[in-house]
Design a protein around this ligand. Structure first.
Ligand SMILES: O=C(O)CCC(=O)C(=O)O
Length: 262
């Protein structure tokens, strides 16, 4: 469980490192679930390589690099559901968001050894903008992560800058102004988490090691922080992780129907 001092650190810096939040037994089950879920997708001819598009990469690297990703893996394997329902993790999110915590989506990422791609520096805000900026990502590591295998890097305090202008090529910051190497590396052990606000600038380098780097991102918000657009829809979106939803979904639907008719 984090302390109020940790929560103050998050509010000041836009990120927080939380050691040992996931027990090793669950981490091991998640590693198996990660690899088998990716294999199952591929065996159904479903592409899992979701390396980011845009001109931030040389063509040669784009061909060589891979980032396997599965959105909402809790629909693929029950171990992922155990993760989003893990009480110490939920308690931690409630310390940062408030007593009511709502799931937006989750995502499994796997950077394979030697060829795992990176992420250019970016804010998550453009993908799912909300009015009050309560949205955060809780990145849980399934492998030890360091600079060699492409741990996440953050730019502390950038959540206070508000939404920033993106590169015309995509929802990332101009790579010449925001090189990944300038971010603060968040080295972590398997079972640790790195939490960051969706306005905090972050990214990661490719995996140049002989070890995989797998993690799961859980994106959550205060249910009273409405989305600005409906761009990002996800299965399971809106599930309550802590507390209750003061605005029932049905009320939003009715509101939408009334707006559409007017
Ligand atoms: O886990 C990482 O290396 C970065 C992931 C990320 O930035 C994202 O999915 O938006």
């Amino acid at each position: 469980m984090i302390t109020t001092k940790d929560a103050d650190f998050y509010r000041e810096n836009g990120y927080l490192f939380v050691p040992g939040i996931i027990p090793q037994e669950l981490v091991e089950a998640l590693r198996v679930a990660a690899d088998s879920s990716i294999e199952r997708m591929n065996s159904h001819q479903l592409e899992t390589n979701k390396l980011w598009r845009g001109e931030w990469l040389e063509d040669e690297d784009r061909k060589a690099q891979v980032i396997d990703a599965i959105h909402d893996p809790h629909f693929h394997d029950a171990s992922f559901f155990r993760l989003v329902a893990h009480q110490p993790l939920i308690d931690t999110l409630a310390m940062l968001i408030g007593p009511n915590v709502q799931l937006h989506h989750s995502k499994l990422l796997a950077k394979p050894a030697g060829k795992g791609g990176g992420f250019p520096m970016h804010q998550d805000y453009p993908y799912f903008p909300h009015e009050k900026h309560t949205m955060l990502a809780c990145s849980v590591y399934l492998d030890d992560a360091d600079e060699e295998n492409g741990c996440i890097r953050v730019v502390p305090g950038t959540h206070k800058l508000g939404p920033m202008e993106c590169d015309p090529g995509g929802f990332y910051l101009p790579p010449q102004d925001y090189p990944v190497e300038d971010g603060t590396p968040c080295n972590a052990k398997a079972g640790d988490a790195v939490i960051f606000n969706y306005l905090t600038v972050h990214g990661s380098a490719p995996n140049r090691s002989t070890r995989p780097r797998r993690n799961i991102l859980i994106q959550a918000r205060d249910p009273e922080d409405p989305p600005i657009n409906e761009f990002h829809q996800s299965r399971g979106q809106g599930m309550m992780l802590a507390g209750y939803n003061p605005i029932p979904f049905e009320a939003r639907w009715e509101e939408k129907k009334a707006t559409a008719k007017a």
